[in-house]
Design a protein around this ligand. Structure first.
Ligand code: GDP
Length: 303
């Protein structure tokens, strides 16, 4: 699926077509947050929790050795150690480099494959680098944002837009010795989400404390996740969301295909390079690049 080889891609498309009717029966969960906030610790804790309930989790995780996550900061700590040893769980780490903070061009295909293979709880981990959150939110049913206890007012540099994507905000590392700090954070995030509390789905955003390390608050987090799942499957929002996920997938794959064609299709690549050359030589202004490409498409390509 991840290969760029043409034959592999053709096979991948066949496999996805065959898997599609078997997919869809899972909860798709995005887990996001800055490096070091505790994403892998909480996914490990949640993963083991859902396994105990008889579920099968699949985790599309971030490769800790990749640059954006600050693999070097965390050293060579093994992520999700118990979960990766558990036979029920499937973990697929993706490098963040060159992609959208863990959300790769194949994330949706990976979700489909996991569902067809019988995984019913899909975690998509993303690291706070901007666009990845929007991607992850569009590919999943629920968006869980992890933050660390802090003063709160500055919202720890997390972009407001990202906070507004969240269905549940988890203030992690909320242990006894950080009680005052985590309470302040909870208050600040409740204020920050005040205007966005009621989502299209009718869900009211929740802000809860948690200690992933001590497994405190994991029950509550999972209960809220299930409450959300029940709400959106009960009121048709899930159906709409899944349709939107498919549209997003289609749009993205068309754009990717077109981008790939720009360099691989001989005629298109010629046209593309010709336009760039004209701009470089001062014969064409950059704002004319796209219209020139489009105007010439029918002549050069569809002839
Ligand atoms: P990630 O980069 O967001 O995946 O963060 P990790 O899960 O790798 O955690 C980063 C560090 O924070 C590790 O040293 C964890 O042991 C620690 N950590 C994670 N969750 C908690 C928690 O609930 N409490 C405390 N005190 N430390 C935690």
């Amino acid at each position: 699926m991840e290969s760029n080889n043409h034959e592999h891609q053709a096979l991948a498309r066949e496999i996805i077509t065959a898997c599609l009717p078997l997919s869809g029966n899972s909860i798709r969960i995005a887990i996001s947050g800055a490096p070091g906030v505790g994403k892998s610790t909480i996914i490990e804790s949640l993963g083991l929790h859902v396994i105990a309930e008889g579920r099968k989790p699949a985790i599309l995780a971030i490769d800790p050795t990749s640059d954006i996550t600050g693999g070097s900061i965390l050293g060579d700590k093994t992520r999700m150690e118990s979960l990766s040893k558990n036979e029920v769980a499937f973990i697929r780490p993706s490098p963040t480099s060159g992609t959208l903070g863990g959300v790769t061009k194949n994330t949706i295909e990976s979700i489909i494959l996991c569902e067809a293979a019988g995984y019913d709880t899909i975690f998509v981990e993303t690291v706070g680098v901007g666009q990845s959150e929007t991607f992850a939110q569009k590919l999943t049913d629920i968006f869980i944002l992890l933050v660390a206890p802090g003063g709160g007012d500055e919202l720890q540099g997390i972009k407001r837009g990202i906070v507004e994507l969240a269905d549940i905000i988890v203030v992690n590392k909320a242990e006894e010795d950080r009680k005052a700090l985590s309470e302040a954070s909870i208050k600040a995030y409740k204020n920050a989400t005040h205007l966005a509390t009621s989502k299209d789905s009718g869900w009211v955003v929740k802000v809860i404390p948690c200690s992933a390390l001590n497994h405190n608050g994991i029950d509550e987090l999972w209960k809220l996740t299930m409450d959300h799942a029940n709400l959106i499957s009960g009121n048709d929002h899930l159906k709409r969301k899944r349709k939107a996920q498919n549209i997003f997938w289609a749009k993205n794959s068309m754009q990717q295909k077109f981008n790939a064609l720009l360099s691989s299709d001989k005629k298109l690549a010629e046209l593309y390079n010709e336009i760039l050359l004209q701009i470089e030589n001062g014969h064409l202004s950059p704002d004319k690049a796209a219209p020139t490409l489009i105007n010439n498409l029918s002549i050069k390509i569809i002839e």
